[in-house]
Design a protein around this ligand. Sequence first.
Ligand code: BGC
Length: 735
Amino acid sequence: MKKMFLFILIGSALFAQNKTYTQRADSVLALMTLEEKVGQLVQYSGDWATGAAQGRPSETSDELLKKGKIGSFLNVVSSEKTMKLQKIAVEQSRLKIPLIFGLDVIHGYFSTFPVPIGEASSWNPTLIEKSARMQAIEASSAGIHWTFNPMVDIARDPRWGRIMEGSGEDPYLGSLMAAARVRGYQGKDLSANNTILACVKHYAAYGGAEGGRDYNTVDLSERNLREFYLLPYKAAVEAGAGSLMASFNEIGGVPSSASKFLMTDILRGEWKSDAFVVSDWNSIGELIPHGVAKDRMKAAELGIKATVDMDMETSAYFYHLAELVKEGKVDIKLVDDAVRRVLIAKFKLGLFDDPYKYCNVEREKKTIKSKEIVDATREVAQETLVLLKNEKNILPLSKSLKSIALIGPLVKSKDNPLGGWSALGDSNDVVSVYEGLTQKLGKNVKINYAEGCTILGKNKSGFATAVKAAKASEVVVVFVGEHRGMSGEANSRATLDLPGVQEDLVKELKKTGKPVVVVLMNGRPLTIPWLQENVNAIIEAWYPGISAGIVIADALFGDLNPNGKLTVTFPRYVGQVPIYYNYKNTGRPHDPTNHYTSYYMDLENSPLYPFGYGLSYTTFEYSAPTLSKTNIKKDESLTVTVEVKNTGKFEGKEVVQLYIRDLVGSVTRPVKELKDFAKISLKPGETKKVEFTITPEKFKFYDINLKHVVEPGDFKVFVGTNSVDVKEASFTVVE
Ligand code: BGC
């Protein structure tokens, strides 16, 4: 009997070349029992866990694998360990269906790249694609088939710790980054042994959590959802993402893991995607505390009916799906469709052809931390630093300095530069700031180091030594920020200040009268008005990954000219949150001469640093934008041209940004919307012409009837170095 099944499977594989993935999946599906089908929809965590496992089965995973009752594992790492489990699945189970192994490869597997919000600050999708490609090469060599990334949630609230995992607040930029990451992970050929399946998460609008508190309620109008939040998921799906993850949150009373609107109507219906959907960790089980299912059986029913295909860690499908089908509560077609989607992914990855193709210990040894990948971490980090302030061009520092004070809890830190969600990232691989600077400066410059204080806590006993170090030096560079565990999942904050007594430390250092440069490492916008007002220079480094010390040292001493731009608005105070550049004008935009307008009595409306902001060691001068036409028809495109000149002394990269405003619509429109950008490099004195084409697609929005259309009318176009410092022109769209 066994032999016969093997024969059938091999037979189907032989025919495979001429068959579509769907036909191949169907040929397997035809052989499966109901229990085996359910098995393909069950996923458990292997080595380590991110939360409480809810009522797992008592049998060992080996026993379950032999019975074909598990289709996927997450968190099993190394080719050796994945090989062991894969062998059981394909040699000891009846149908020999290979497992798919998933892991959160968010910004690196072993070799850690900058955190995603840092990567996004590069405004360089080509670089982001390269980062994802490298991550895929490294992870795939260690048996990983599938990453739970990109995380594409739009986030307008820096209190939300997971803002660090995404690309920021803008749907256009977020969409480009999302697609770039998908291309990078999946490559041109998903069946190659160095490409991995992407998983777009967290579908949908997880970043809209009320109050920025993780897992909290989201309530958005359909218009807001479609116009802002959904766009990056759509872009990732259009780029071919093979899977999505349903989010924890509800939207307007319906948890995503039970949302037919999100899964069936939008994903499968409108976007015509055959990507499979995995739940988030226990998110099907959480339909119970959400209050839409009274027990796990009902939760399973809601999940499968919403077409959430795979159940991560809940055991709801494991225990109840077969029963639901037998009782007639769930149509077997729903199960078949889900299984087909999972099998198609396995076929696309080539796992049916060679289930061990990702399990090669030799290849793993050669690939992990290879020079190519480690070099790429540096290349990417070079574009992620954002220069927030540079009074009197104090930066870059002179290489003929005789002494420098390096102060702060992040100077010698080897783990914080990794940032959160760093998979197997190893602090031993990190070049700390101290190491980077000592390597760069050699013996010529006296380094006076003091920790000063810890990131958290109230102890100021280290201040005196820090002040002494500052006094003994020509310039003081302070490295402060957040602990890497302060952003990421379940790490929401109600305040956005520099934690602990770090700001007090900087205040003491400032009193010495020495020039003070602050380098920040953190995973979210911080409220730092005092720093902006009082220190001489500020660099936002985010968490730069293993090459932290190298790129920061290069930037401080001018071997690298910072060129990152913020993709999230920095508020002055937490009370301004949510604060974002593409806000609506309101009926009463702020007018200082009129009390009854929209503003705070105790604070100005403007942010500390706007979206798109970031300085350079050089300066750029923009010409006024010129338009190819000032009147265009609804289906016509428009060219916007601007000349940008490097008017400073350094070679530098600039992100030239284009925004539009639709002045009057059938519904209100944002005051600015990013529609294009170009990152260019200019030598001192050099001028480049940048041309943007605005296609009708870019004028479209969801009108009063939620139809995606171009409405005739007057528009403004803005071009500039950030979302506030812009030059404008006008045009009209006619019928
Ligand atoms: C997170 C996901 C992650 C999953 C698996 C969940 O807690 O929300 O982002 O992919 O765990 O690790």
